[in-house]
Each structure stands twice: as C-alpha cells, then as structure tokens.
Design a binder for this molecule. Structure first.
Ligand code: ZN
Length: 313
C-alpha cells in the first residue's frame, strides 16, 4: 500500500504564518528548538520567518538567526516570506533556499497587507526574481496568491483576477505560483475549479495549496487540491496561524491532522506522526499561553496504526 500514490510535500508554515498571527513573541531559542523538533519528525520544508521591519512584526525580529539555524539541517528546504525587494535582500543574505512572496488577489487586502496595489506587487515580484538571477542563482521564488478564494475586506474575489495574477507572476519569472485561502473562505468545489483553471493557464508552475481551517474545511480543501494534482501543502503544527490584516481569519490547517489524513490514505508524507506530535511540546514551551488545535492529538492514533505505517515505509 502506498507505493502507487505520489508522495506529497508538507510545508510547515507555523514559524512564519503561525507566529505572525499571535501577539506573544516566542523567544529565539524556543523557535530553534521547535524547528529542530519539526525536522526530527521528517518535515523537509519549513517557512521559518518573514523578513519585514521589526516595528511591524516584532515576532520576526530574529528572522536571520532563525534562518541560519534552520540551514544547519541538511536536506531541509528553508523558506522565508518577503513582501518586497528589501525583505528579499535580507532573506537572501541570510541564505534561504526559497522565497515566497504574497500577492493578494483582492485589491483591498493588497493595500491592507503590503500597502501596494496588485500591479505594484507584480513589479516587486519581477525585481525579486531579477535579484535572484543576478546574485543568488538557484534560490527558488514562489508567489502565493493570497485571498484567492475570498476576502474578508472585499468579499468575492473574481476567479479571473486570480488566473490573471497567476499569469502575471509567472511572466515576471517565478518558479511556482500557489493559491492561499488566507481568510478561510474556500470550499472544495471552488478549490478544484480554481486550481484546474490556474493549471490550465500556467501548467506545472502551479504550486502549493495554503489552506486555513477557519470554517473547518481545511482538510477537505487540501484533499480537493490533491485530487486535481497539487502535491505541496502548507500547514502549521497545532493549527497556529492567521493573518493580522484579514479580520476573522484563524489558524492554518493542522499539520498533524493533514499528515494523518495522507498517511492513512497510503500517501507518503515522509513524516513520523508520533514524533510530529512530540514536536508540539517545543511549540507550547515557547508559547505557553497560546491554544493549540488538532483532532488527531485529541483522539489518539488508531489501534494498529504503527504496523499499518510499517507496510508503506
Ligand atoms: Zn496563511
């Protein structure tokens, strides 16, 4: 079992998406222990920080230290979010393998999140790609179309706007373009339709599904994305996360539950779920007052789970 299914990449975004949504500041040493614990579970891609001014997000003031530490783990793709060329320069100096740039499909969210129009963001993307080509060849650039499935500020986001932006960022030179349900408004039918539309337009540059669990549809939306060919999924340990500029948005898809879903279907994630659940301790130690989520932890692993897993290792 399992051998017939393509593997998926679980991209852990808790240290970025999760931490920027909580007001408490996690001590640097705790962040590093949390990252170590994630790596120990088999996670091989982590969005470890965002490079933004510390006065805007004091939670990210130690981004370069966190990146340098994450780089000591061989085989782990170290990612950072950057909103502009200045952030990209700092992230590249710190040594990241991959940059992700949020480009809002909603005009209102774009102004609120990065204080730029969508057109100005596409120009930022173009400059960042150029920066990589000139000085950091080999660093991958991803654009994440945020509010792709709806926006708490603007409401409906036309699908044609999402497809058009995907085409524009690919024309600007990104390696991949993913779709983000920043505000947790997506449903599975919409996820299938929009990923199919985007794939028809930009082909194999179609990137990750970044789903939030605001209305409990996070896993269903990930499965819908899987069904139409998506193989990279963003999630956060304990469901930490949200968006400070998207009122009402709550946590990311819970990594433990996402791994449980795929592994129980025989789709290999490369992650040892028992060790992953252990990693929650490191997270909770660093944020003792923050609620963590996850159904798999509450229910426990089903009887026979370990032997079952052994068959497709
Ligand atoms: Zn998010």
């Amino acid at each position: 079992m399992g051998k017939d299914f393509p593997a998926v990449v679980i991209s852990e975004v808790g240290p970025r998406d999760g931490l920027q949504a909580v007001s408490a500041i996690m001590p640097t040493a705790a962040k590093l222990r949390w990252i170590d614990a994630l790596v120990a579970s088999g996670i091989r891609e982590i969005e470890v920080a965002s490079f933004v001014p510390a006065r805007i997000l004091p939670q990210m003031a130690d981004a370069h230290v966190v990146v340098r530490h994450a780089l000591t783990h061989p085989g782990v793709t170290v990612m950072a979010l950057v909103p502009n060329s200045r952030g990209a320069t700092a992230a590249l100096e710190a040594g990241v393998h991959k940059i992700t740039i949020p480009v809002s499909a909603s005009a209102a969210h774009s102004m609120a999140n990065v204080r730029k129009t969508r057109e100005e963001m596409v120009e930022e993307v173009r400059s960042i790609v150029q920066l990589c080509r000139d000085f950091h060849l080999g660093v991958k650039v991803e654009a994440g179309i945020s509010t792709a499935f709806g926006c708490t500020l603007q409401g409906n986001v036309p699908e044609s706007d999402v497809v058009s932006l995907a085409e524009q960022v690919v024309a600007a030179g990104v390696d991949e373009c993913g779709l983000s349900d920043t505000t947790g408004m997506a449903n599975p039918a919409q996820v299938r339709r929009l990923f199919n539309l985007v794939r028809t337009s930009i082909g194999d540059k179609t990137g990750a599904a970044h789903m939030h669990n605001t209305r409990g549809l996070g896993l269903a939306n990930c499965l819908a994305a899987y069904d139409v060919g998506v193989r990279t999924f963003d999630s956060s340990l304990g469901g930490l996360g949200g968006c400070p500029y998207a009122p009402g948005a709550s946590g990311n898809v819970v990594t433990e539950d996402l791994v449980f879903m795929f592994e129980s279907m025989g789709i290999s994630t490369g992650i040892d779920i028992a060790v992953l659940i252990e990693a929650r301790k490191a997270l909770q130690d660093g944020l003792p007052n923050e609620p963590l989520y996850g159904m798999t932890l509450e229910a426990g692993l089903p009887k026979g789970w370990l032997s079952n897993r052994g068959q497709h290792d």
